[in-house]
Design a binder for this molecule. Structure first.
Ligand SMILES: C[S@@+](CC[C@H](N)C(=O)[O-])C[C@H]1O[C@@H](n2cnc3c(N)ncnc32)[C@H](O)[C@@H]1O
Length: 183
């Protein structure tokens, strides 16, 4: 209980960059990790690791030869992520917008799992993350984005041929946008 309160205070103190008041629910974590595959090595990128609830779920579900690059800007959350001991995790305490400096090879990523709060981030940053993410994804790769609103389908449809939305029990209610690269 004390941990929950401490984490919520951390989210609330930084609400302009977290965009949330608590960590993602287990249903949201499950939906965000839909395309993580235990049977195939994958390159996975996470935008906005927070306290690591989704990071840990990805690590649980991924193949032993898969690689996970997680990005987070918040200093306190970064300290928590730093406690995760897993050689498959490459943690980057920097903006997700630097993803193209960390991974330079286009079409080399299988999945992008993003919980950065795109409804409150500057429009240019959201566009940049989407464009860079798409360029890094392999054909057939997936960009799964948590949004606290169902209206972002049009945004993803501009860049990805295929986009579907799944709603999840979460605080606040969450809509996972799964966009698939097919060009
Ligand atoms: C809604 S919280 C989600 C945290 C966690 N993944 C979860 O599901 O509980 C969004 C996270 O994105 C981080 N964030 C915001 N802008 C970012 C950026 N440009 N690059 C990396 N992380 C960012 C925030 O600090 C926050 O931890």
């Amino acid at each position: 209980m004390r941990d929950f309160i401490k984490t919520s205070i951390g989210f609330l103190r930084n609400v302009s960059t977290t965009g949330a008041i608590v960590e993602s629910s287990s249903q949201t974590q499950e939906e965000l990790t839909t395309f993580v595959n235990k049977n195939t090595p994958q390159v996975i990128v996470e935008f906005g690791a927070g306290t690591g609830v989704v990071t840990r779920r990805i690590l649980e579900k991924m193949h032993h030869l898969s690689v996970l690059h997680s990005f987070e800007i918040n200093d306190n959350f970064a300290e928590k992520i730093g406690q995760i001991q897993d050689r498959r995790l490459h943690f980057h305490h920097r903006s997700a917008d630097d993803v193209d400096e960390v991974i330079s090879a286009p079409s080399s990523v299988d999945l992008i799992i993003s919980t950065v709060p795109i409804t409150i981030l500057p429009a240019e940053l959201v566009r940049s993350l989407t464009v860079k993410g798409k360029a890094l994804l392999k054909n057939g790769g997936h960009f799964s984005q948590l949004v606290f609103s169902p209206i972002y389908k049009r945004h993803f449809k501009q860049y990805f041929g295929n986009c579907r939305i799944v709603s999840c029990l979460n605080m606040p209610p969450a809509f996972i946008h799964h966009a698939t690269k097919n060009d």
